[in-house]
Design a protein around this ligand. Structure first.
Ligand SMILES: Nc1nc2c(ncn2[C@@H]2O[C@H](COP(=O)(O)OP(=O)(O)OP(=O)(O)O)[C@@H](O)[C@H]2O)c(=O)[nH]1
Length: 952
């Protein structure tokens, strides 16, 4: 009865089952079971575990007693009991009043919020039950394992740190899946311990880039963590809406759903560290720092990051923790400095990235303004290279008065002009450059001295071969004399002093110049041989001119001094007239008097060569892919293409892949001049190479590459380029395009090779031509000589970009074809004045209508007949072309024009004919000219007047 009354009078004590369950965090069955055990009589609702079932106050108390061993809780229980006792007394005193106050007492428990903090302690049971779903659990092991292990680290540091440290630890984990986040993580960590920073981070997150988003996540848990730390105060604040039940329960037992709201979760973290003394301090310090962290946001974030944390890492990296702790300390002591630090860092990173971008942009821009193209690319390719529309390129060309089709191949001038319109600078790549790109530059420290490569030059029969033979035989080192010496075009000799020298044994100057015409400079030095019993001859002068044009030092060898008629002084003075001042004449050119036959002074000649080469400091790097030049090449029946290569740099080895001119290959085998197999050849070594896919040309550059396919590609590209060049361009200057090329600024020097029938004419013509030099262009006579225009003249002109002026001389047999191939302009004149006037007109851009001469045939005079009245009739054979009755003719004797005129008659077997073709015999007579001799050549030609186009 009293119970009933008491119940009535203590209404507030009657508690719904669900409330009790929630507060104590126990299962309904457990409660029911426990109440049964305690002897309570349970109604049907309670028995069924209905959440709305009412618990008698006694029951409730029993439950509290059972499920809370917390001292404070017990104290509360005590309080409650006292309250109950007081209430009972009051009820006993004034039962009616009690009944009327029934609804009121409910607020009584309200003071309970005070004990709210206590839930802290009872949270322990939560740890048992909640671990699976609550972050609290993961936090716990961390606290137990890491910090404990790391006690030295956290302890000396301010307490907040210690607690913060374990908490942030999940972050790195959370971030680990995202590499970008990692960079930021430390910041996040540093932020972690401080609630205010959590706010900052959150604030910063939105502005952040992708990389910064991750940290935002990472940071979130910390935002929660501080809350946890702030529990004592915050929990009060935060629990304002929910805690009522907690206050009832003493806050010990919390239902899961409450835990998930965040506030309580954080509270549990506080509780988990049972080291109360330390904790309280920590809490307070955090609370100081953290003015009410945003609960909800923090909770959400914490959820997220915890999930990650759980997944990500089973244990914490100690080093990481230490690092984080240190950062945290730094951040904390920096009083809000962490934000600035982060901002600083972010700014620095941004600046760095911007600088990098700018540099890249600049580099790209610089590179993009230089077009590296091959000549003769077509309009379409040019447009593509400039990254512009081809229509634009064509219309620019049109505006400049040039019509281009999309597939039209453009020459160098056109490419330059068009590129200029689009602000591009053009760098032309030639076939060699492409390979040069591949050839790596030598470091100075890799260079080692190499032996000199010497060419012996001189007039016929002055003793070149004899000198070379003597040097070779005299300097063959014992043991080397095994094989029979082969002619491979170059020889390596070892002198007594152990020094080596390589001699090029090239026939005459042609090969020398042919190489130079191809851009190959193989000779370091020239020994100019002049017979002391003769005089300076045309070929001597030629040799001098060739050497000077190639800028190769000359050493003079005055040979045959053993002869009685030898007059070295005369030779020296004649040489001086040619601009070769020898030492004995006060000049700088070394000179030795030798006898190739007897070997007199050959040693000292070689000594002088060594001195000269030493002065030149010739060097090469033997430890690299070889680069060389083709000295000779021929097709051997048994061995295929055999080429002599002079290795100029690097070391050529058997098995090397190479490109050589327009062909490529792999070194199958190598032989020296004694036909001995060699495995490798270093700088300045001549070697015969087998393995070319096709015959290279003399002067071709051989370059070893690493990739066979690349070698083949380059070779085929070169073939194509050469085809294009032959098709499109006159590479060498002509009188016709002289003024245009002068206007383009391409030419400021007009080189001429002058050939005449006699020395006087050559001299006179040369002098007159030299005087044509003006401000814009200087005229230079590369070579002036006597006799027919030879292949050597053409090669010299090719090498010096010169025009050949012939006075009363013609190109020798086959020379015209070579000149055409080399695109050398040969101008021949019968009157000196004509030659001078034409060159002057060309220089002034005033060339009169061009009269173009086309050779129609070359006819050989095989017999002559004297016919009264008709004069001399020549029995001829047409060697080339077709001779027509109306053609003009010129009679040549030894390449020199003897007469120019017209035909008087052209016959075949006594019949007059209008033309005779190649391979047929004919009889002809020249009007007003009877001095025809057997062996003469009749050249027939037609002259066509070509209207000259107006030149720029
Ligand atoms: N007395 C004498 N005769 C020499 C000397 N050097 C060369 N000869 C002779 O001169 C002639 C021509 O010599 P070569 O060595 O064939 O001359 P080269 O310049 O090579 O001649 P080509 O090959 O035709 O250009 C030969 O009969 C040699 O014997 C020398 O020092 N003294």
């Amino acid at each position: 009865m009293p119970t009933t009354r008491r119940a009535r009078s203590n209404k507030p004590k009657s508690v719904r089952l669900f409330k009790a369950l929630r507060e104590m965090n126990v299962a309904a069955e457990t409660v029911v079971e426990h109440l049964r055990e305690k002897g309570f009589e349970l109604d049907a609702k309670l028995q069924a575990g209905d959440p709305n079932a009412k618990l008698e106050p006694a029951m409730y108390d029993a439950l509290i007693e059972a499920y809370s061993d917390d001292v404070d809780a017990k104290a509360r229980v005590r309080d409650r009991r006292e309250q109950i006792a007081a209430a009972q007394e009051a009820a006993e005193d004034e039962p009616q009043r009690v009944s009327t106050r029934d609804p009121e007492p409910e607020p009584e428990p309200e003071p309970i919020p005070e004990p709210e903090p206590e839930p802290v302690a009872p949270a322990e049971p939560v740890i048992e039950t909640a671990p699976a779903e609550e972050p609290v659990a993961p936090a716990e092991p961390v606290i137990e394992t890491e910090p404990v292990g790391e006690a030295p680290a956290p302890e000396p540091t301010p307490e907040p740190v210690v607690e913060a440290a374990p908490e942030p630890t999940p972050e790195p984990e959370a971030a680990t899946p995202e590499p970008e986040a990692v960079a930021e993580t430390p910041e996040a960590d540093a932020v972690a311990p401080e609630a205010p920073q959590a706010e900052e981070v959150e604030a910063a997150a939105p502005e952040a880039t992708a990389a910064e988003d991750a940290p935002a996540d990472a940071v979130a848990p910390e935002a929660a963590a501080p809350e946890a730390a702030a529990t004592p105060e915050e929990t009060e604040n935060l629990s304002v809406d929910e805690p009522t039940p907690a206050s009832d329960s003493g806050g010990v037992v919390r239902a899961d759903r409450y835990a998930l709201t965040g506030t309580k979760v954080l509270g549990k973290i506080d509780l988990s560290g049972l080291d109360s003394g330390r904790k309280r301090k920590r809490k307070s310090s955090k609370a100081d720092d953290a003015p009410a962290a945003p609960a909800s946001g923090g909770t959400d974030d914490s959820k997220r990051s915890r999930k990650k944390g759980r997944k990500g890492r089973p244990s914490v990296d100690k080093a990481e923790v230490e690092k984080n702790v240190a950062k945290t300390v730094a951040a904390t002591t920096g009083r809000g400095g962490s934000k600035r630090v982060r901002q600083k860092r972010r700014r620095a990173r941004r600046d760095e990235r911007a600088a990098q971008r700018e540099m890249l942009e600049q580099l790209r821009e610089e590179q993009s303004q230089i077009l590296r193209v091959m000549e003769f690319i077509n309009t379409g390719d040019l447009a593509e290279a400039m990254n512009v529309n081809v229509a634009e390129v064509i219309s620019k060309g049109f505006a400049m008065g040039m019509m281009f089709s999309i597939n039209q191949r453009l020459d160098a001038d056109q490419i330059t002009l068009l590129a200029d319109e689009f602000d591009f600078e053009v760098e032309f790549m030639n076939e060699d450059e492409e390979v040069l790109d591949i050839i790596e530059e030598d470091e100075p420290e890799d260079l080692k001295p190499r032996s000199a490569v010497v060419t012996i030059m001189g007039h016929v029969d002055h003793g070149k071969t004899s000198l070379l033979d003597y040097i070779r035989t005299e300097n063959v080192v014992a043991g080397e004399a095994g094989g029979i010496t082969q002619h491979i075009g170059a020889y390596e000799v070892t002198l007594e002093n152990g020094r080596e020298m390589t001699f090029l044994d090239t026939p005459g100057h042609e090969a020398f110049t042919a190489m130079r015409a191809r851009g190959a400079q193989v000779t370091d030095l020239v020994i100019l041989v002049v017979a002391a019993d003769d005089r300076v001859m045309p070929q001597t002068i030629e040799a001098i001119n060739h050497a000077q044009a190639a800028e190769v030092p000359i050493i003079v060898a005055i040979n045959k001094i053993d002869r009685e008629q030898a007059n070295p002084d005369k030779i020296m003075s004649e040489l001086a007239e040619q601009g070769v001042q020898v030492e004995q004449y006060g000049g700088k050119i070394q000179c030795e008097l030798v006898s190739a036959l007897k070997g007199t002074n050959v040693d000292s000649l070689l000594e002088k060569v060594l001195i000269e080469s030493d002065l030149m400091e010739l060097q090469a790097n033997p430890d690299r892919n070889a680069v060389g030049t083709v000295i000779e090449a021929q097709l051997d029946k048994g061995r295929g293409v055999v080429a002599t290569i002079l290795v100029q740099n690097g070391t050529l080895k058997v098995g090397d892949v190479f490109v050589g001119g327009m062909t490529s290959g792999r070194v199958r085998a190598m032989f020296d001049e004694r036909d001995q197999r060699v495995q490798e050849a270093g700088p300045s070594t001549p070697v015969q190479v087998l393995g070319f896919n096709d015959a290279p040309e003399v002067g071709d550059r051989l370059v070893v590459l690493d990739d066979e396919r690349e070698a083949r590609e380059i070779a085929s590209k070169r073939v194509q380029l050469q085809r294009e060049q032959t098709m499109h361009q006159r590479r060498h200057v002509t009188l016709a395009d002289l003024s245009r090329r002068m206007a383009m600024g391409e030419i400021n020097m007009l080189n001429l090779v002058v050939k005449a029938d006699v020395g006087g004419s050559a001299e006179a013509l040369s002098d007159a031509l030299l005087k044509l030099s003006n401000d814009e262009v200087a005229v230079d006579i590369v070579h002036a000589g006597v006799g027919a225009i030879s292949e050597s003249d053409v090669m010299l002109a090719a090498a010096s970009n010169a025009i050949i002026i012939g006075f009363q001389v013609r190109p020798g047999t086959g020379v015209r074809t070579i000149a055409e191939n080399e695109e050398i302009d040969i101008r021949t004149y019968s009157v000196i004045y004509d030659a001078i006037e034409e060159v002057r007109a060309a220089l002034e851009g005033l060339l009169s209508p061009e009269s173009k001469e086309t050779i129609t045939s070359t006819v050989e005079v095989r017999e002559t007949f004297r016919v009264p009245k008709a004069g001399t009739i020549a029995g001829c054979y047409v060697v080339e072309g077709k001779i027509s009755r109306n053609d003009k003719v010129r009679l040549l004797r030894d390449g020199v024009v003897v007469y120019t005129g017209v035909l008087d008659s052209l016959r075949r077997f006594k019949d007059d004919v209008s033309e005779v073709a190649r391979g047929f015999e004919c009889g002809l007579s020249i009007r007003n000219f009877n001095d025809i001799k057997v062996g003469d050549t009749v050249e027939s030609f037609v002259v066509t007047e070509e209207k000259r186009t107006l030149e720029v």
